[in-house]
Design a protein around this ligand. Structure first.
Ligand code: GLU
Length: 482
């Protein structure tokens, strides 16, 4: 039975790294008909941000990631799913290790430990606990019962510990690099490496799938499993996500929280698809996969062990794929929150979305590209004005407008005919009419096909905008924008 978990610390919102980890866990669970557990690791109270747990759950759901057990449904068989609520279990396990002499109370003061570190540093040695309290007798410990203490785990000082990683193979650690590390703090609450092993066992987690930054923690967790005589889960450490220059990926590279991508006009199914490719590739090289297609093909053996590179351009490309492939209705729904102009008058909304979506990489751009359908331009692109709004153009536009007023029916083919006829009559190329018309009607030099867009915009708006532009040209009063 496959049981996996995503175990975020509630210290902010859901970022791409966490979202990728959650997604891969979710896909493994669904692919193998297993269970996906959401466990909130709220052990470090000082780093917690109120509302963070809700924000993370919301972020996961908006990506289509759903869990079978979690803190929002504490009725699961292995709850509670908030680590702070599991203290009794952690304390019981620490008590047990103390009773079995696999762990011990350490009374060393912070000053003593600092002194030890200094002494070792003076000899050029890395910090390491001296083992001073390891050999205290039961009587000595009892005699100090009122003193402040931590609990340290007895760690093997020889040999090696091997992490059998499903992605990177066997990773060997020399046991001499570890010391008897603290498992319970002075307030008798557990440190992460202790709690996580107990929780993973208690929740019957079969595969621990998490970011590579945790690989160095894994031997310590293995020591805990071994000391407690518990079975060790399988491990898979997902590759780091780096920027194209191989630095740590950050906001500067465009990487951000899931909610912010949404505000930037990225479609969340596109984001989920992009995350999927951060370290995984499909067997047939297909890059566009829905969640259910990913569930069908996702296995950990296709996860790479080299770093995944975060590339904002690729995300935009992915988003564009979704902008053009999803149904018009879906895109229309998604773009609505980005529209800040009234839609009361103007052409059919979905028709406008359909005509405009091909040229936009995100919903913010799409909303902007659609604006002219609902608002006459108040400024004209300066580069276009220099080229297409000359004195001569005013006459050309005038001639076009006169014919547009009467053409029937107002459809694509008849409009093409108007331009052909006008161009022939004036002895100019059709392009000499098309460019100024586009600029007059949309304020821009690029956009959807002119005949499609004026068909949709309708006679009144088109004629009115052409006349407005004509007047501005004649008065040499063209408001421009770069
Ligand atoms: N709470 C840890 C984190 O947010 C995850 C630890 C784990 O997956 O074992 O990085």
């Amino acid at each position: 039975m496959v049981r996996v978990r995503y175990a975020p610390s509630p210290t902010g919102t859901l970022h791409i790294g966490g979202a990728r980890t959650a997604l891969f866990n979710y896909l493994v669970a669904r692919h193998f008909d297993g269970q996906f557990v959401l466990r909130v690791e709220d052990t470090d109270q000082s780093r917690q941000i109120p509302g963070s747990e809700q924000a993370m759950m919301h972020g996961l759901k908006s990506l289509g990631i759903e869990w079978d057990e979690g803190p929002d449904r504490n009725d699961g068989p292995y709850g509670p799913y908030r680590v702070s609520e599991r203290l009794g279990q952690h304390r019981a396990m620490a008590d047990r290790l103390l009773a079995e002499h696999k762990a011990y109370r350490c009374f060393c003061t912070p000053e003593q430990l600092a002194q030890d570190r200094e002494n070792r540093a003076a000899q050029g040695l890395p910090p390491r606990y001296s083992g001073r309290c390891r050999t205290l007798t039961t009587q000595e410990v009892q005699a100090r019962s009122g003193e402040r203490f931590v609990v340290r785990l007895k760690v093997p000082s020889e040999g090696e510990t091997v992490v059998h990683d499903l992605i990177r193979g066997d990773v060997r650690f020399d046991n001499r690099v570890f010391d008897d590390f603290v498992i319970m703090k002075p307030d008798y609450t557990p440190v992460y490496n202790f709690a996580v092993a107990i929780d993973d066992y208690d929740m019957r987690i079969s595969h621990v799938i998490r970011g590579e930054e945790h690989l160095s923690n894994t031997p310590k967790q293995i020591f805990v499993f071994e000391a407690l005589g518990l079975p060790i889960p399988q491990f898979a450490h997902l590759p780091m996500i780096l920027a194209p220059d191989r630095s740590k990926v950050s906001k500067r590279h465009g990487a951000t929280a899931v909610e912010e991508y949404r505000d930037q006009g990225i479609l969340l199914p596109a984001l989920a698809n992009y995350l999927l490719l951060l370290g995984w590739s499909s067997p047939n090289g297909e890059e566009i996969l829905t969640l259910s297609e990913a569930i069908a093909t996702f296995t950990l053996d296709r996860v790479q062990h080299t770093a995944a590179i975060y590339d904002q351009k690729k995300l935009e490309w992915m988003n564009h794929q979704y902008m053009t492939r999803l149904s018009v209705h879906e895109i229309a729904q998604s773009v609505r929150p980005f529209i800040d102009y009234p839609l009361t008058e103007g052409p059919d909304f979905e028709a406008v979305v359909d005509l405009s979506r091909e040229r936009a990489v995100n919903l913010v751009q799409l909303a902007e590209h659609m604006r002219f359908f609902y608002e006459a331009p108040s400024r004209y692109e300066s580069k276009g004005v220099a080229k297409h709004f000359t004195d001569q153009t005013a006459d050309l536009l005038d001639a076009v407008a006169k014919r547009l007023k009467t053409v029937t029916p107002w459809d694509h083919d008849h409009l093409v005919q108007v331009y052909d006829d006008t161009a022939a009559a004036l002895n100019v190329k059709r392009a000499a009419l098309i460019h100024p018309t586009r600029l007059a009607v949309t304020g821009r030099t690029v956009g959807p096909g002119l005949f499609e867009l004026i068909t949709l915009l309708g006679r009144d708006a088109v004629v009115e905008r052409i006349n407005t532009a004509q007047n501005l040209i004649r008065r040499h009063q063209i408001p421009t924008v770069d």
